[in-house]
Design a protein. Structure first.
Length: 427
């Protein structure tokens, strides 16, 4: 995008924006929680809706002048419901963490218990990590994998713990877990102890929307929380979906506003609506399936080179690799090396990591953004080979060679401005 007014009025910010545009154009984004958005989503984010306060909900606002904001939010809600088979949707959360926090406050009283995935075994900070303020209010009990090499969750221990602590919420979902969860077992355990079954689908929302991953609602989950970026390829933001319980939906609405947030960011909601429309197009299903194919192509390269992947591989969009065991370097060192080669990923703790979080043993990477650029299995495998080369040799010449190869790949697959072009109007 061009920034003529910023270039003239704020050269310092313009320089940073131009630099980021160049970095993204010439490098590869492998952080699995990142993606590229369409020009239409960017236009919505930069629209005049950024000027408007819209506290409340469609038809029940606290300020005047809401004719068009109501239309935008209703479109976002209806498209979200259609995408995920939900009966209710709240599209106002500003992010995934906000969505989870609102969900907790809607459903819990202080001191109530949540059973969620341990961060070191793939969970998320908002699933009950001790560093979060949530743990000062609610009681979080964590479950782990039974077998780190396969990713199998210890469902028997989950059931035992659930019977013991009587959680109000059994929480599924993850930020660094490469396998599919057994949704039937989660729901069975929740029903057995009288808890609600909640799934944080933030990382795999696009895979679910594109029918490349199972939909938790079809297995009896009550609520799903999510971000709207990552695999869903929309603006940074959050959302809460309810399967069928109207009373739960009302509690969630009250928790979001006025409970935790003020006026919703209507420009962001408009961008969400645009992204949801893009995800409803048949081409999005092809995109979601290609994400999985590309991840498998990368997985095969790392297997060929004997690298250790947590859970032994991947069933979704991400791979968690033990850099320390595989290449004799920490995750932080690996991140820095690959960054120099214009391959962007993130250092990440692995299960029961003995290293510190700021320099852990693992790296986490995935294929959503590469797939948006049109990468297929051949290019994905090539990237994996470049990664292995850099992490194995670690010399300047190897890093520079990889950087030039990455630039060739990136420029041959420019970031698209439109994902579905004229066919967008078919929905």
């Amino acid at each position: 995008m061009e920034f003529p007014f910023i270039e003239k009025e704020d050269p310092e910010i313009f320089a940073a924006l131009a630099g980021e545009e160049k970095r993204q154009a010439e490098g590869l984004e492998l952080i699995p929680s990142e993606n590229y958005v369409s020009r239409a989503v960017k236009e919505a984010m930069a629209s005049s809706l950024t000027n408007k306060y819209s506290e409340g909900y469609p038809g029940k606002r606290y300020y005047g002048g809401q004719e068009f904001t109501d239309a935008v939010e209703m479109l976002a809600i209806e498209r979200a419901k259609k995408l995920f088979g939900a009966s209710y949707a709240n599209v106002q959360p500003l992010g995934g963490a906000n969505a989870n926090i609102a969900m907790y406050f809607a459903l819990l009283q202080p001191g109530d218990t949540v059973l969620g995935m341990d961060l070191s075994h793939g969970g998320h900070l908002t699933h009950g990590h001790p560093v979060t303020y949530l743990t000062k209010i609610f009681n979080f009990v964590r479950y782990k994998m039974k077998d780190i090499e396969t990713g199998e969750i210890d469902y028997d221990d989950m059931r035992r713990v659930a019977k013991e602590v009587k959680p109000k919420i059994v929480l599924a979902g993850f930020s660094a877990y490469p396998r599919e969860l057994d949704y039937v077992k989660f729901v069975d355990i929740a029903r057995e102890v009288g808890a609600l079954a909640v799934m944080d689908i933030a990382h795999i929302a696009g895979l679910i929307a594109g029918k490349a991953a199972k939909n938790p609602f079809e297995y009896g989950f009550d609520i799903m929380t999510t971000t709207t970026h990552k695999t869903l390829r929309g603006p940074r933001g959050g959302m809460i979906l309810t399967r069928e319980d109207e009373e739960i939906a009302k509690k969630i609405d009250k928790a979001v506003f006025p409970g935790l947030q003020g006026g919703p960011h209507m420009h962001q909601i408009a961008a969400k609506a645009v992204a949801f429309k893009e995800a409803l197009h048949p081409s999005f299903e092809r995109y979601a399936k290609q994400i999985l194919a590309n991840t498998k192509a990368m997985e095969q390269i790392f297997k060929k080179h004997g690298a250790r992947m947590i859970t032994g591989g991947s069933d979704n969009h991400l791979i968690l690799l033990d850099a320390w065991a595989s290449f004799g370097i920490s995750g932080g060192e690996a991140e820095t090396l690959l960054d120099r080669a214009s391959i962007t990923l993130n250092k990440n703790t692995i299960a029961d990591d003995t290293r510190k979080p700021m320099d852990p043993s693992g790296i986490r990477f995935g294929t959503p953004a590469m797939t948006t650029r049109g990468f297929r299995e051949t290019e994905s495998a090539q990237v994996a080979e470049l990664m292995v080369d850099v992490l194995t040799k670690r010399d300047d010449a190897t890093v520079e060679h990889a950087k030039q190869e990455v630039k060739k790949l990136a420029l041959a697959h420019p970031i698209p401005e439109s994902f579905i072009a004229e066919s967008l109007k078919e929905i």
